[in-house]
Ligand binder design. Structure first.
Ligand SMILES: [Mg+2]
Length: 242
């Protein structure tokens, strides 16, 4: 077993990689897919998804800033969402609908097909693995465990526990410190170009943008792009014969 891989992620240079960090939602777990089907089950159709996403982003930012905890955030968000559609719910009805939505999400939780083979490969190389996520602690740990992924990670850095969120360099540096590696020898992979890949690059790591659509035009300097986690081994391990 080795504890590093050599990579040419940096052009014309060969560097050692000692750790790989991965985002969770929409990188490992199809969060949008399960959230979207759970919302459709709640409102009876799929058309409300853009409004829901926008309101969720706004409320998650308020939770991360400390305005309220994650459970309160969900109830405030759900109440505001239905109020925006002309339904003014009392607290008991908000609670009932949110419980129903969460049960639907749990039922439809799906790990992307390329995740376990990739994590198995990373494990086999012996390099360290961390999850770096912008959500709350209990929520994300429970989700990793429910998805059967909890055992793969040497460290989990969670914005809700740290009080700092991606793309702030501090959360990336905290993850590297938790793994005991230098940021310059660590890679972070995530589905958000700005929050994950550029944020990691700005923290001194190697940023990799996982864009499952496979469609991209401008990828910023110092960032690599892949369309599947199946491409990660090839990206990380350079061909020394080439
Ligand atoms: Mg994500």
């Amino acid at each position: 077993m080795v504890t590093s891989v050599l990579t040419r992620l940096v052009p014309d240079t060969t560097v050692e990689v000692h750790a790989v960090c991965l985002d969770i939602d929409d990188t490992l777990i199809d969060y949008d897919g399960s959230a979207r089907s759970a919302l459709a089950a709640l409102v009876g159709h799929d058309g409300a998804w853009p409004d829901w996403q926008r309101m969720t982003d706004e409320h998650v930012a308020r939770a991360i800033s400390g305005e309220f905890d994650y459970d309160t955030m969900r109830r405030v968000r759900t109440k505001a969402f239905f109020a925006g559609r002309g339904e003014y719910l009392d607290d008991a009805e908000v609670f009932r609908r949110e419980e129903h939505r969460l049960a639907e999400m749990e039922r439809s939780l799906r790990v992307f097909d390329d995740v376990v083979p990739c994590l198995d490969w990373l494990r086999a190389t012996g390099i360290k693995i961390a999850a770096v996520t912008n959500a709350s602690g209990a929520h994300q740990r429970a989700k990793l465990a429910a998805a059967g992924l909890g055992g793969f990670f040497d460290h989990v850095a969670i914005a809700g526990e740290l009080g700092v969120a991606k793309p702030d360099p501090q959360i990336f540096l905290t993850a590297c410190a938790g793994l005991g590696v230098d940021p310059g020898t660590a890679v972070h992979v995530g589905d958000r170009l700005d929050v994950d890949a550029v944020g990691a690059r700005n923290a001194g790591m190697h940023g990799v943008w996982l864009n499952r659509t496979g469609r991209w035009s401008d990828v910023p300097a110092g960032v690599a792009a892949i369309a599947s986690l199946a491409e990660l081994p090839e990206l990380l391990v350079c061909d020394l014969s080439g």
